[in-house]
Write a protein that binds this ligand. Structure first.
Ligand code: SF4
Length: 555
């Protein structure tokens, strides 16, 4: 296959198919499976932007393909994939291993093409990457790369902003100077994604994430940057201003948001997730009005960074027949929540829950985390008990818990000044992260411990919280016996794997359980623990011809 630009998404660990990797609860609260197979949203904006300017762009989700097809010949595929530029995301640091391995293979087979990284993590580690990995030709820097990528293609790195590259053995950098403050020009044309699927002729290679085929969901980014300063977040106000030169939010206008939604709705009835709190820029009323006018069949999901007022909820409730909400209180304890950077109390949260009940939202998802400042292991059981308390206010509440894992983000406050927040950061250089990702148990991938919890405490308390929360969900009828048992077996296996690893025993004896519970059933566990709207991709597609093609490819 030949394209101008090949955008490639790697699994977190390149050779995960040959290793006993056990990640369980780490990826439980995101659509990705345990190798973090979801492409970054920027691939879609980049593909749209470059396609409209005449470039042939392909998006190839290797992580998804490798999950579906254990025999897929990755090297053979990369050898036969011809492109002028190969773009690999190293946005989330969890891809440090896979992204670099793929880059190395590409450079080996295509020495005359450019191999380029992009994303916040590669921006943060840019000097180290360019010094130590000579198979990387350049890194596109910052949170947005559409214009820099185009300039890079048209005029080369020296005339492009936001780029670091190698020239005659020397490292050169054009600092981040292109920082868009408005996202309207960078909306996604979802037909580009359809075209990509057709080009790949392979659903698992062309989808945004592996389980998209069974449970598709579309995202609309409404903002870049954040006004909050959650201490471990690499996308916080502090990180953006300190490392990515973003000092103000970049917003998408209500009309551009509605246009993007209309584009998705014209193609499919899949649920749509709005990334970012719409109260930024005071856009709720206008967005709500425009979405109502679209008379959507799609279910909608909105997220909030703090509890919204009743008025805001009333406006969003009218946007579709089914509306889901999400908020991350992180901890049932206000002191911990505030120490993390979420400045609101339980009274506000409970008021929101009451409004959700009265306004008949489809569901409110609450996200909790273990590994926070001021959090002690004995707080693990509080997640389930607080969840049950909130369920007394509304049966529309669901909850999820996961460890802060694997990494405190580079560039976050806790990464930069760990002692101020009670953290100790265990790895500093990228190579250590790359190695940590191949650990047999996720305990050894964790890049931190806190004054209140060591890595063992983070693992134990996360598993306890997860177990107890699932028990509470079973009791309240949110999940069935099978889902509960599956999740329980995964926790037991997690503990067993850790025991084997710590005793230095080979994992061969638990190989089959890992294959079954961690790999084959990962998607099923997540699906059964969540009440997300789940209609498969083919059923969501409106065009009968396209639906037929997708059904055929899905077989
Ligand atoms: S975790 Fe906190 S700082 Fe990071 S994006 Fe969310 S609200 Fe903003």
């Amino acid at each position: 296959m030949k394209v101008d630009v090949a955008l490639i998404h790697a699994p977190s660990v390149y050779d995960f198919r040959d290793r006993y990797l056990y990640a369980t609860v780490i990826s439980e609260v995101v659509p990705s499976l345990f190798v973090f197979d979801m492409i970054p949203y920027g691939f879609l904006t980049l593909a749209t932007y470059l396609t409209r300017r005449g470039y042939k762009v392909g998006i190839f989700n290797l992580a998804s393909k490798m999950l579906r097809d254990r025999e897929f010949d990755v090297e053979g595929f990369l050898r036969d994939l011809e492109a002028e530029v190969y773009g690999i995301d190293l946005h989330w640091l969890v891809h440090a291993h896979g992204a670099l391995e793929i880059a190395e293979i590409l450079k080996r087979y295509h020495p005359d093409s450019k191999v380029v990284l992009g994303g916040l993590s590669s921006t943060f580690f840019r000097r180290e990457i360019m010094t130590n990995y000579d198979f990387i030709d350049a890194i596109l820097l910052g949170d947005s790369t559409e214009v820099p990528f185009l300039k890079f293609l048209e005029e080369g790195p020296s005339r492009a902003p936001n780029v670091i590259w190698r020239e005659n053995g020397r490292i050169k950098e054009n600092e981040i100077s292109w920082i868009p403050n408005n996202l309207d020009e960078f909306i996604i044309d979802h037909r580009v994604l359809v075209k990509n699927l057709m080009r790949c002729r392979d659903l698992s290679l062309g989808v945004p994430f592996c389980s998209f085929i069974e449970a598709p969901i579309a995202g609309v980014i409404t903002v870049k940057g954040c006004s909050f300063d959650c201490v471990t977040c690499g996308g916080s106000k502090f990180s953006y201003s300190s490392f990515f030169r973003r000092n103000r939010l970049a917003l998408k206008s209500p009309q551009a948001i509605a246009d993007e939604v209309e584009g998705i709705a014209g193609l499919s009835s899949m649920p749509i997730f709005f990334v970012g709190d719409l109260r930024y820029g005071d856009r709720v009323e206008e967005v709500s009005k425009l979405l109502r006018e679209l008379d959507l069949e799609n279910e909608l999901i909105f997220e909030f960074f703090s509890p919204p007022s009743r008025k805001v909820l009333e406006q969003l409730r009218r946007t579709s027949h089914k509306v889901y909400l999400q908020i991350s209180p992180e901890s049932p304890l206000e002191e911990v929540r505030r120490a993390f950077g979420r400045p609101y109390g339980n009274e506000q949260l409970e008021k929101m829950v009451r409004h959700v009940e009265e306004l008949k939202f489809e569901r409110l998802d609450l996200y909790f985390m273990m590994g926070l400042p001021k959090q002690t292991p004995d707080q693990a059981h509080l997640v389930a008990s607080y969840f049950l308390k909130l369920r007394e206010i509304s049966s529309r509440v669901d909850a999820f818990v996961s460890p802060l894992a694997p990494f405190v983000d580079p560039g976050s406050r806790a990464f930069v000044s760990p002692e101020m927040y009670g953290y100790e950061i265990l790895f500093r250089d990228l190579e250590s992260y790359r190695r940590a990702l191949t650990s047999y148990h996720w305990k050894y991938s964790l890049n931190y411990r806190t004054v209140w919890m060591d890595r063992q405490d983070v693992v134990s308390s996360s598993l306890t919280a997860y177990e107890e929360l699932n028990k509470a969900k079973l009791e309240t009828g949110l999940i069935d016996e099978r889902a509960y048992e599956l999740a329980k077996r995964r926790v037991q296996l997690d503990r067993e794997v850790l025991k084997y690893v710590e005793m230095g025993l080979p994992l061969d004896r638990v190989k089959e359980s890992i294959e079954e519970l961690a790999i084959k059933l990962d998607a099923e566990v997540k699906k059964s623990l969540s009440l997300y709207p789940t209609r498969d991709l083919a059923h969501c597609i409106k065009n009968p011809l396209l639906r037929g093609v997708v059904s055929f490819l899905a077989r």
